[in-house]
Design a protein around this ligand. Structure first.
Ligand code: UN1
Length: 496
């Protein structure tokens, strides 16, 4: 049964002024319509921004611990609804159920974490050089935030943005991916059930290039937080330049695992399988390159190929499924195009390499887990983000060459190294130019209590999630207060 999903503006679910709708489809079974979504017209976006602007007047004055308590309640509700929501994630975007549940768990984690920030949000108090004067810095909200999120983490990424934005005292207009609008509506409902007042969190729908861009560039939006492709992120950041809007973009990746000659190869293969084919490769943190020391290259490739060829494709709700579908037809086509590019570049397909239409999989967007060997670092398949179940295996002579290969793309989100040698791991940790480095672990598995984000073309602006340098830096601005209680004019820096 398809759900009807409307816009949420000022606490009320509303039809769009344009009366246009679009469908959200189950990618494992395209006959299953998950939602019929009301597309927002420009006037709806205007109304949502106006509602958020009005609500900001009072929300910013709600004590942060009280705002945090609402997020805490949302976390508890998310736990109660985790199973159903996880199944919805799987049905709407295709990832296997354990990962659908993991998606919701990440939303729960950030809700609890940011609930705690309600009692922290700390600044600095420092001594003054003058008597009877005090000095402090405090975090204040930025204002009305446009939050634009992708389909690959339908609950986690919205939560990564909404929770810190709200606890900091901002109000929000949220535009989720049109492929996961039902999950987005559920998150917004839960936050309202947890007590978020009308107008503080508004929801609009539509494609990025129209609704998303119109929202982001709205003159009454103070901050834009976007997660998606590098092309779109850079366009948004470019358009916002000079407007005074605060901008943060979490973008693409071309993440890599290094496998050294002393690595535990079975462990490295497990990491490559999880990093390369988890979420059907549709993570910005996916391991789409594995750079292997030449002395273990053949052995690694052999075990990796065996493991990948055993992965079972299917509907992510089935217990027997290891790898779900691609999210939509366009994504499937893009990945198949890259497989063709790899073949034309003379890389060798060792397993997979084509669409999979056996049995029930004929109803969805399935591609076989694909491994390319004999990949040269300069090939397009080794340089460009594919966002699908395709892994390129590249040979390296030594650690230095491996690191150069990993660093040799325009991206810099995640890198990992498998080695038993503490010295090699230390060099890799220092030299890998990525926002996140893993040692003896795959490229996925970031936790919410530390910042998330990349270098180079993987990120622009601020990082996501918690910890020092995390999302609170995006969603607050610093204000400095000096209070003089001497009752006389005191002059800093001026000699007596
Ligand atoms: C993303 O791929 O867009 O580490 C986010 C991970 C997850 C977050 C991924 N915790 O893969």
């Amino acid at each position: 049964m398809a759900e009807i999903i409307k816009n949420l503006i000022n606490g009320k679910w509303q039809e769009s002024s344009a009366k246009e709708t679009f469908e959200s489809i189950n990618p494992a079974d395209t006959a299953d319509v998950v939602g019929i979504i009301t597309k927002s017209a420009k006037e709806d976006v205007d109304k949502a921004v106006a509602a958020a602007r009005e609500a900001f007047k009072t929300w910013r004055l709600v004590p942060a611990p009280k705002r945090g308590e609402m997020l805490f309640k949302a976390a508890e509700l998310l736990i109660k609804k985790k199973q159903g929501l996880g199944e919805l994630v799987t049905r709407e975007m295709g990832k296997v159920l354990p990962e659908g549940l993991g998606d919701v768990q990440e939303a729960i984690d950030i809700a609890y974490y940011m609930a705690g920030e309600g009692r922290r949000l700390s600044g600095e108090t420092v001594p003054s050089e003058l008597p009877d004067k005090d000095c402090k810095s405090i975090r204040v909200p930025v204002g009305v935030c446009a939050l634009i999120t992708p389909w690959n983490f339908p609950t986690a990424i919205p939560a990564w943005k909404i929770m810190p934005a709200l606890v900091s005292g901002n109000t929000v207009v949220f535009k989720p991916s049109s492929y996961t609008a039902v999950c987005a509506a559920r998150i917004v409902e839960i936050l309202h059930e947890a007590g978020i007042p009308a107008g503080v969190l508004n929801l609009v729908h539509g494609r990025g290039e129209d609704t998303g861009e119109y929202l982001a560039m709205h003159p009454d939006i103070d901050a834009i937080s976007f997660t998606g492709s590098t092309a779109v992120g850079e366009r948004l950041a470019g358009k916002a330049a000079g407007t005074g809007k605060k901008v943060s973009c979490e973008m693409g990746g071309k993440n890599a695992i290094i496998v050294m000659d002393d690595a535990n190869l079975d462990l490295a293969v497990e990491g490559a399988i999880w990093g390369g084919f988890g979420t059907t490769g549709q993570r910005c943190t996916a391991a789409s390159r594995v750079v292997v020391h030449e002395s273990v290259y053949d052995k690694f490739l052999d075990i990796f190929k065996n493991a990948a060829s055993k992965l079972k494709l299917g509907n992510g709700l089935l217990k027997t499924t290891d790898v779900g579908p691609l999210v939509n037809e366009a994504q499937m086509k893009k990945v198949l195009d890259y497989i063709k590019i790899g073949k034309d570049e003379d890389a060798t397909v060792v397993t997979g390499g084509k669409a999979y239409r056996e049995g029930d999989c004929a109803k969805g967007y399935f591609i076989e887990p694909t491994i390319f060997a004999d990949v040269k670092p300069s090939m397009r398949i080794a340089q460009e983000e594919i966002f699908g179940p395709v892994v390129c295996v590249i040979k390296a002579k030594n650690l230095e060459e491996a690191i150069n290969i990993v660093n040799g793309t325009k991206y810099g989100l995640v890198a990992s190294i498998y080695t038993q040698d503490v010295n090699k791991s230390a060099v890799a940790e220092r030299e890998l130019d990525t926002g996140i480095v893993y040692i003896n672990a795959s490229t996925i598995g970031a936790e919410v209590q530390l910042p998330f984000g990349g270098t180079k073309k993987s990120g622009f602006g601020y990082k996501e999630a918690g910890g020092r340098g995390g999302a609170l830096d995006m969603f607050t601005k610093w204000k400095v207060i000096y209070r003089d209680f001497s009752g006389k004019l005191q002059k800093a820096q001026i000699d007596k």
